[in-house]
Design a protein around this ligand. Sequence first.
Ligand SMILES: Cc1cc2nc3c(=O)[nH]c(=O)nc-3n(C[C@H](O)[C@H](O)[C@H](O)COP(=O)(O)OP(=O)(O)OC[C@H]3O[C@@H](n4cnc5c(N)ncnc54)[C@H](O)[C@@H]3O)c2cc1C
Length: 507
Amino acid sequence: MNIQNPTKIVILGGGTSGWMSATALAVMLGAQVDVTLVESEDIGIIGVGEATLPHLRHFVETLGIDEADFMRATHATYKLGIDFRDFGKIGDSYIHPFGSFGDALAGVPFHHYWLAAQKNIGDVGSIGDYSMGVAAALANKFAPPASDNSLASTYGYAYQFDATLFGPFMRDFATAKGVKRVEGRVNNVQTNPENGNVETLILESGNQISGDIFIDCSGFRSMLLGQTLGAEWEDWSHWLPCDRAVAVPCTAENENEIEPYTRAIAMPAGWRWRIPLQHRIGNGYVYASQYLSDDEAKNALINAIEGKPLAEPKLLKFKAGRRKKSFIKNVIGVGLSSGFLEPLESTSIYLAQMAITNFIELFPKNGVIQQFDRDAFNQLVDMEYDRIRDFLILHYHATTRDDTPFWDHVRTMEIPHSLSEKMELWRQSGHVSKYSQGLFYEPSWVAVYLGQNIYPTGFDPRTEIGNQDGLFRALHSLKNAISKQVNNMPSHRAYLHNHAKRLADIE
Ligand SMILES: Cc1cc2nc3c(=O)[nH]c(=O)nc-3n(C[C@H](O)[C@H](O)[C@H](O)COP(=O)(O)OP(=O)(O)OC[C@H]3O[C@@H](n4cnc5c(N)ncnc54)[C@H](O)[C@@H]3O)c2cc1C
């Protein structure tokens, strides 16, 4: 540990990625690093990004942040999953939960038994009937999952929060841990003429900030990674054509309930999100500008929201893709500066968290970065992006919708080979490609495949060895046990209310 001579890390950007990175570096590397963050209030932050994944809980906990403090400060609610509507076909609805469907038996995943039962017994209900996460979400219930191996431990949760409040909350936490904050716009970047490393950021004020390692959290500008070091962009818009969003918060009309889940509702040229927070609802229409004008998108969103708009609609432009490398020389891109995948599965904040924690895990003791550190980091980032990309494309491609040019295009487009292989495996055998690392394990793929009506023709033959009456009884008893458990849970609003002093300031 080199505490005498800490590695000087400079973060450019004070959005969600910048402050998450600053906090993680300060807490996890402590006196080994000296962290300075530069941000410009004039430029501002993206300020959307309200739905998250359960991994954020682990991040918050590891950093020693009190969940109740954080939830109160960001008006957060709990999220048990995402409710997808009208994706497979108009009228469809399914929940992708954070949790499992049933239990594996004799090494065979539960969904194979469910498939066997559908074939041999008849209609045994939807796969969602066998998931605590789905059942609790549909009933608007919430209680923290148990930590034993009981049924009550088979789901997880994430947060939905006001993204404009998350960065400032993390900023206060990071600065209390010793991160230095500099306000001002960076106009120039000085690199070393011999090795090409970034050396100094030059601010409009003339102030200069030098460092050993730079974290680029400058958002879509990608000022260090993209602009200065020329990191190449890999464009994925031919698979994910949505390139704009219009966002508007509104009042919550149903005062009785706060849904413990995010909604993603398919629209003629994309989809719209609906995210319930403690005091309001976040809404946005993510669309492909080649099929819809900004005004049409704005009107469609305003007509679709249930409450009164609380701000002017905000237009955001983006492209799906990523930098071919996120770690070049002494610069690491975290967040939007390294890539963007639309928020259909709320993955951006996860990607920022993954990047900074991987960097910290690879951080060499003496702070001197080697090429193998960069290669290892870039491989991890590529793997995460590629897999999330495939998972997102599945939501569009697995549809029978041909009612608009957008849906007809995504239904018929060519997809990456890595996804067509996975889909073929599923179709033939009911098996899901297994990963040992990364996001979206088997239950997530099962939720989306079945939710979007791709039923495999085969399944694990071991499910047909036992007697089918026994299988029917086991399914029936699991379904009953889930309903009983969910009936005993408080409503989401009641849970937030009963913990009001700690979690919320709602009535
Ligand atoms: C439509 C939409 C919806 C989204 N929804 C979700 C979601 O539900 N869940 C999710 O996980 N993610 C979501 N995201 C992604 C999420 O918004 C981002 O991952 C998150 O905000 C992180 O952004 P960032 O910190 O990388 O960049 P930004 O928020 O853009 O921050 C960039 C920072 O860099 C600073 N900066 C830039 N240039 C300079 C300069 N020259 N000098 C000084 N400072 C500079 C800015 O001032 C700012 O502080 C969504 C994104 C979009 C576009």
